[in-house]
Design a protein around this ligand. Sequence first.
Ligand code: TXD
Length: 314
Amino acid sequence: MNSKITVIGGGNVGATTAQRLAEKSLGDVVLVDVVEGMPQGKALDLAQAGPVQGYDTGLTGANGYAESAGSDVVIITAGLPRKPGMSRDDLLLTNAAIVRKVTERALRQSPEAIFIIVSNPLDAMCHVAKGAAGLARQRVIGMAGILDSARFRTFIARELGVSVESTHAFVLGGHGDTMVPLARYSTVAGVPVTELIAADRLQAIIQRTRDGGAEIVRLLKTGSAFYAPSAAAVEMVESILLDKKKILPCAAFLEGEYGVSRLFLGVPVKLRRCGIEEVFQINMTTDEKARLQRSAASVQELVDVLRENGFRVE
Ligand code: TXD
């Protein structure tokens, strides 16, 4: 039997994620959105691309959750994106209300599902979903680190004129201005970029990575990035459903790892059929640890605001 994947929110990220899932034949896809007719129309359009692209996966659009029953993975992309000049944090309470509602409804239909959270502000939305669902930490995972690392890799590859496939990069911490790109662990064919790129150029690339989302928001004017975010979400689904054991930077609920307790933060995790099997601990310098702590503090601030506003956050 095919795996079943529900994508909640049929906007830019959700629809592109559905397309990528279908093109990789990872399972039957259900696209859910509140806008009447939209998810149905997009699902039908995607199904009609099947004969040309060569996939037979089921594609269903819905405004409710009955169709999503029994999903193996639920991806939450519902919520507002940023507009130019907005920070991710400006979306906090609006998106929290949406994420709480859709998580509760999706969980009722798919009690065994693994939840991948995409909506912003990412780390805080993971807390809302975990609080609403009351799930073990293995089953609530945030998408951000793969995207931020992919941005870093793109800029490194362009700087050195090499294939992106020869690059590897780690960006940890919260998905925001305090994210922590780790240059020491970022490599080209195994060689640390610190040995390949001059310090000032590397610093400029790191800053562009941090501002990567805002750069695209400024260019698009009416929304935020979706091609790279959807690719990142699908890499997570693939590692989960195919039990690939990939080590990927994702937002995970830390319970003491990296000196952080009861907080979602971007760290390397091993993704398997059960979700997060293990949080990978890597050695960090005092300075890197301090930056990760600062990033954790900024996530904690948002979690505190959520709690003050009556959200159950774990
Ligand atoms: O790195 C990351 N984690 C991110 C996060 C990268 C890119 C985008 N990121 C965030 O994902 C972004 O800031 C937003 O919070 C979400 C979705 O971004 P997208 O670009 O897809 O936004 P759209 O195109 O506006 O789509 C959102 C859809 C839209 O169709 C709404 O009708 C729908 O969400 N929506 C809902 N669907 C179901 N149920 C409810 N309640 C609902 N409310 C809105």
